[in-house]
Every structure is written in C-alpha cells, then in structure tokens.
Design a protein around this ligand. Sequence first.
Ligand code: GLA
Length: 698
Amino acid sequence: MAEDPKTYRLDGKDVTVAFAATADALDLIYIGARLPDDEDLAGLSAASRCGHHENQPDVPPNAGLLPETKAGYAGRPAARVRKNGRLVDTDFRLRDLTATSDSFTAVWADHNIHLQVSVNWKLTPDDMLTCEYCFSNMGQHALFLESAPSLVLPLPSRFDRLTSFPGRWAREMQETHHDLGRGAIEMRSSGGKPGFDPGNWLLFSGGDNRGVIGCHICWNGDHFSHVEKGQDGRTMLIMESILDANDCDMPVGREIRSAGAIVAYARDQNCLTRKFHRHVRDEILPRRAKWGPRKVHLNSWEALVFDLSEQSLIALADQAAALGVERFVLDDGWFKGRRSPQSGLGDWTVDADIFPEGLEALIAHIKALGMDFGLWIEPEMISPDSDLYRNHPDWCIHDTSGYRPTQRHQLVLDLSRPEVMEYLTASINALLDTYDIAYIKWDHNRRLFPSGTAQANGYYALLSAITNAHPDVEIENCSSGGGRVDLRSLGLAHRVWPSDNNDPIERLRINQSWTKFLPLEILGNHVGPSPNPITGRRTDADFRAKVAIFGHMGLEANPAEMTEVERAILAQHIDLYKQWRSALHSGEFWQLDHGDKGIYGQIVVDGDKAIAFSAQTGFAQYFNVSPVRLKGLEPEAYYTVRLPKPWPTKASQYLADPDLWSGKLVLSGRALMEQGLALPLTHPETAWIITLETKAKA
Ligand code: GLA
C-alpha cells in the first residue's frame, strides 16, 4: 500500500492549489476552482494516480516540482548542474516543508554534491500565485548551474491547449494556439530582452468549464519555456530565465535566486484577464493611486522623424495643444550629433545646432500651452559615431576578437561596468535636474549580441536609480515597440509602448493580445498618420481615433498634414477619451466575442458606467452582422445606451433609427448581454463606441 502523502493547500477567493509530499516526491496535485475546506486531499491525490504499466520503470517516476532523471523521468530536468565540467545526475531528497495560509516552501538537498534547492509558492491578495526557486551550494566543491527554473508546473491533463504569443517588430504578440500532443514545445528569446519571441506570456486552456491558467516570467532578459507531454500523458511546464555563463558559476556558499514567475487560474479567459489587470494595478505599478488622469500625448516621431528644428517643434506643439493634447513628447533626434540613426547615441546632451539655447525655450512654450513635456532616451546604447565611443571604445559589449556587429548602426553599453552605470546615471539625472521633464520614453532598439544576457540586472539597477532620484517622472518602457514588457520592469515604470505599428487594423490585433494581461491605462495607443509609414495602409481618421481611445491615448502624426475635417474628428475623440478615461483606466475589462469574422470588441465597466467599442476590419459576409453582445453589465440594471458622435460617416447611413442613439434607448443589462445591439459594422474600418449609464427605471 502506498504511503499517505502529507498534503498542503493554498486557498484564494476562488482558487485552490494543493501539494502532496511523499518521501521521494513533491507534486502539485491540484490547481483549479476553490475546493471545499474539508476536502480529502490525500484521497484526491490517490484518485489522481494510476498504477504501473509494463514498460515503465517499476516505480513510475513522479516528476513533481523538481523533475530529475534519476528515477527514469524522460522529460527535461528542472535544473542542469555541472561539477568539474560534467553534467551531474542529481539526487535531490526532500528535507523540509513549511506552509502558512498564503505561502508554501519546500527544500531539497542533493547528498552527493550538496546543492540545496528551495521552491516558494505564494498566494497574493488578488488571488495570483507567485513562484520562485533558490539554489545554494552547501558543499565543498564549485558547481556550475547551467539552467534553473523560475516555475515548474505539472499541468492537469484537462489543459490540453497552449496559447503563446510569438511576434516580430511591428507585429507583436501573434496569438497562436497549439494542441498539446506527445512531445515538447520549446520557446525562447535571445538578445537580452523578452523581445518578440514567445514563451514569457502563456495560457493553458481546454474545452468548456475546464478553466484557464496564465503564466508569466517576470524577467527582462532572455527566457526559455518548455512544455512537454510525456508518455504518461502528463504535461509539464518549465519556465526559466536564461542565465549568463558568468552568472552560472556557483562557488562554495553561493546562492542563486531565480526570476519570479506568476501563475493565475480562472474559470474563463475574461476572468483571468481581470485577475492580471487587478494584479498589475494593485501589486505591480508604482504608486498608481497617486497617478493623475493619463494625459493625451503627442509624440514627435511619426510627425517629424529626424527632421527637427525649434520652429517645427513649436509649430507641432501649437497644433497639438489646439487638438486638446496634454503632453508633448520629443522623440529621437534631439541630442548631440543625432541627425540620423547612424550617430549620437550615448551623447546625452542637447544638440546645440538644433537648440542653441538648450531645451528651455521649447519647454517653456509647451508649458505655456498648458502641456507638460516628455523626452526620448535610449540609455543602454552607443553609436560608434559618438563622442562617448571615441572616448571609451571599450565600454560596449564586445568580445576579444574586435568583431563589433551593429544593429540599427548601434552597439550596446556594458552595464556590468560600474563606470558605465555611473556615466548613465549622471547623464540622465542631469537631464532631469536641468529640464522640467514629466515623462521619459526609455527605448532599447538593439538585440544584445555577441552576448549579453547579464544586462537585465544592470537595467533594473539603472531604472531604480533614476526613479529613486526622480519619483514623479513617468517612465515608458519601449523597445522597438513591445520588445521589453515584463512585470518586474513595469514595477519601475508607468506604461509600455505595445508596438511601433499604429495602423489601427494591426493595433486591434496587437492590443487584443496585450489586453489579455495588461490594463488599458498602461498601453500607449496612438493615432498615427495615413498612410501608415509601416504598413502603407490608408485608414479613416474616425477609425484610427476610435481604436486609440481604448488605451492610453496619444497622437503620433502631424496635424498640419491633416484636413480640417480630420483635425475636428481627432479633437472630438480626444474629448471623448477625456470624458471616459477615468472609467477606461479603473473599470473592469472584458473582450467581446463576435460571431462574424474580423470584428474586435472590448467593454470596460466602471460601477454605473460602461464604455465599449466594436470594430470591423474586413468586409462583412452579410449585409447585417450579428448584434454586438455586451458583457460585464448588471443583468437587472437599466442602461441608457448612446453612440457618442462623431459617427463613422459611411456606416451611419445604415443606422435604422439614428435618433434612437442619443439617449432615448434604455435596456436592461440582461437584454444587452443576451441579445445585443445591431450596429452597422459591414464595411472595413468601421468602429462604433458605445456608452452606457445606469438609469432608474420609471
Ligand atoms: C523605436 C521606437 C519608436 C521611436 C524610434 C526612434 O523604434 O519604438 O517609437 O522612438 O525608436 O528611433
């Protein structure tokens, strides 16, 4: 008879995670909806086990939370350890288990190489789970920790579908589904940042009523994720941060702590999304409660690119202010010698050819218009054509061969050098001390090669030094768009730039993926020019503006190049955003499914108010697409439903009763969620904004 395991559980509001420990294995035996308090966990563990099959080891291996190969487990081991250059077959034995109401810790030790490992699972107040591993060399010999996990998650077999988000520059986060069959799926990023490769944001699901699990590794360097279904039909997820070779050395006494990972369970995708949003709002974002409304930006990049002059910027600022913009962000090109992508990075002083008197006059003009000022920097980079490089050619990441391959004509500063950190801290602080800067767009446009996985900690240290010295300055994480988005970095920042691609059709898809994890107030969402400089597609101003409202709205185009009608459309949408941003940025979020192809929708419900959009990208199959069914409303409450103006010109001709939508229509939450609203969404690039306010029924 099998020995009775010791069992442990962590219970959130609607989730339970349970662990079972026997002499040789510690397993996660349950993750799912909250179990009754007196559930028989030993019984549950026994009921989840099967007997021995002919062609398995006589004691079938239980990989559990520390898979290793010693007992015949054929999947990836949790850790790879070397001694004297050779891989070691570890033999970890459980030593200690401790649990509190919101935390569970297990400790193992290997009795040959005396490596100790611990795992800690914690339940956060918002029902998320965090996991981290810690390795300590307690022996007499140096070791080399080639790989170590942040998360090991044995998945219940009902989760047989994986969603990952591979992408590329300007087409980030492409939602991709995999049916989990026998074998392994491996995902990694290289280049020293989360990048556009998949693996750091993952979803596991199954059919109806099976729930959804979301996982994220909070790490700004490279990651590796391994999902494998073994012969026994069990699926194992291992998430790792890729360690730099110099960081893997474990002299006697050294401890290596993994990057943290986050796991969340919910009954469906929208519930999971709201858990992530709550977690980001309550636990991750710094001092969020003190943030004012998220100001409307104008960013100079797509308006002027490198063609900067004081006059052109002042003219742009005048145009921006006239439309209702509240923050003017001076993008790339303002610093010494930066006339093109080929030069200047590293020389963080104002270019005297463009601004003979410094930035004061421009900033004073912007402030006089009632806007505040933001500035672009790319601190970790260096152009070979810069004073910094001429003075310190050895400050960049390079190997001894003298080979210095560039990307975007730039190299990367080595943040492990104290003199580099001192230089960057002093240069950025000097800018922030000298000028009235409310916002920094912190960019990172080059992958790190020949090597550079060690940069992540330097980046955290630099960002912390700057935010400690200037706690009121808002920071945007940008990396050629969404190449550097992780929840640890976000803990030091205020928003991310989800993509360089402002084409609204592309943005709808990109935002659909990001909003599964991140709330709208941290997703920069700008109205770009038409045609779009990346896709070449021409789109209507009304459509671009409606798409930009669902995020942190901004403008990334030159209003002087728009028609008067387009400027008026933009100004009206900026106004609408201002009226609704407090709901958009604190309410509860749902994605709206739509039966017809090419239609995207979202709704945010904030107490007695809600705002939704529905956007058609293609040309509909039917004259009338199916009604837009809303979500998240109070079924018994009555809502006044409006389609705020301006309306999309072409589509509004197909409104059956245009008069209905200006406040005359009052429907119950139930009717709006069950039946929905028939809106003209037939033509490509048509979007409707829907606002709802509760009304007492007479
Ligand atoms: C990156 C950013 C852009 C812009 C350019 C400037 O591509 O993502 O938004 O700032 O750099 O060089």
